[in-house]
Design a protein around this ligand. Structure first.
Ligand SMILES: *Cc1c(COP(=O)(O)O)cnc(C)c1O
Length: 383
């Protein structure tokens, strides 16, 4: 666009119901938050286990800052790799049952880094149509030939793979806007048969799924030979910030040598790594959080069915309500907020055109009463 076209472009966004606004919170993240001066029940965070303001995590952060200061001072390969980063990596590797883990500053960077390091320019990358933007951007930045298969369509993928050239398959484990799971055992089998990389982004399963919270691959019992690249974030169920990739010794060593988003960025604050370690321990030790979250998810789905609300087949705490129209998604979200419930309207390009939705996310911090209250408010809107 030209400089003089900017205001018109903004006006067009607004007219299409695609304008995005930020709300300012005056409280920590939690089941209830203070937003725009009002206390409301929060159904839009990814703090699935309620750890973002957990006293033990906050205390670990404080102790970390006292012991190691605030900034890491440099990138990991120069002199910014401190003991807390290293310990976090060792614990994440053991927790996910992989040889090694490598901590990245964000999930976005981790996905860009992995794809750039594993795919030759012009190499093929196959992605589910509903993948997170960072996986798509990773393929673009790598100069890959990117093709997106229809959601979960293994037949199409198999046809593409049968051409036999090098390939990387990337998928969300839990789809971030739909809440359903990728068919990972079948994808792993396809990848193995065609000697293709399988890169799984478990941003929304890590902490939530699996017996101990180790994520979607643990839920399916898939090891590092079946799924060579596991990426997960520390900013969702763990309630902190950052991300990691876990896999074989060779994979991690290759990423350390060549992932540009690992090499050319400042390491996370070491205190943050201490907070992530505390959060990871809570994920494993406080099993009641996962059980309560599952019970709330089942309760929400039962209630929605009773009120005739159209849900997607999601077994996770991501429970989207498709409303279709951008303006209606905005209107419903606004009216829910007036009633004291905060639910984010998600519109294109985050989701496909015509599938605007209210993305309801449940948390172990919620009570049954809060979930029932949201259901009643939704039923009133839909009536
Ligand atoms: C949030 C998210 C990311 C990005 O992680 P950040 O640490 O927030 O950069 C990547 N993939 C998926 C599926 C996500 O939901």
């Amino acid at each position: 666009m030209r400089v003089t076209e900017l205001s018109a472009a903004l006006a067009a966004r607004r007219a299409a119901g695609l304008y995005r606004h930020r709300h300012v919170l005056d409280s920590p993240q939690g089941a209830e938050v203070v937003v725009d001066g009002r206390r409301v029940v929060n159904f839009c965070s990814n703090d699935y286990l309620g750890l973002a303001n957990h006293p033990e995590v906050v205390a670990a952060w404080r102790r970390g800052a006292e012991a190691y200061g605030v900034g890491s001072g440099a990138s990991h390969l120069v002199c910014g790799h401190l003991r807390p980063h290293h310990a976090l990596e060792e614990e994440l590797a053991a927790f996910t049952g992989r040889d090694r883990a490598l901590v990245f500053s964000t999930g976005y960077q981790a996905n860009l880094g992995v794809i750039g390091a594993l795919v030759t320019r012009g190499g093929r990358v196959f992605e589910d149509r509903l993948n997170h933007a960072s996986l798509l951007d990773g393929a673009r930045l790598a100069g890959a030939r990117l093709r997106r298969y229809p959601h979960g369509d293994l037949k199409v993928l198999e046809r593409w793979l049968s051409r036999g050239e090098e390939a990387l398959i990337a998928t969300d484990a839990v789809f971030s806007m739909d809440g359903d799971l990728a068919p990972l055992p079948q994808l792993a089998e396809l990848a193995r048969r065609h000697d293709a990389w399988l890169h799984v982004d478990d941003a929304h399963g890590f902490g939530v799924l699996g017996e101990t919270g180790a994520g979607t691959l643990s839920h399916f019992g898939l090891d590092q030979t079946q799924v060579p690249v596991l990426m997960a974030t520390l900013g969702k169920a763990l309630g902190v910030f950052g991300a990691f990739v876990a896999g074989s010794d060779d994979l991690i060593e290759w990423l350390l040598q060549s992932a540009r988003t690992y090499i050319y960025t400042t390491a996370l604050p070491p205190a943050l790594a201490e907070a992530a370690r505390a959060a990871r321990r809570l994920v494993q030790d406080e099993d009641w959080r996962r059980r309560h979250l599952q019970a709330l998810t089942a309760r929400f789905r039962r209630g929605a069915e009773r009120f005739g609300l159209p849900l997607l087949p999601s077994p996770t705490p991501i429970q989207p309500l498709i409303v279709g129209d951008n303006a209606r998604a905005l209107r419903w979200s606004r009216r829910l907020l007036e009633r004291g419930y905060w639910v984010a309207p998600i519109r294109p390009p985050t989701v496909p055109a015509g599938s605007a939705r209210l993305r309801i996310t449940l948390s172990a911090a919620h009570s049954e009463e809060q979930v029932d209250g949201l259901l009643a408010a939704l039923a009133e809107l839909a009536a």
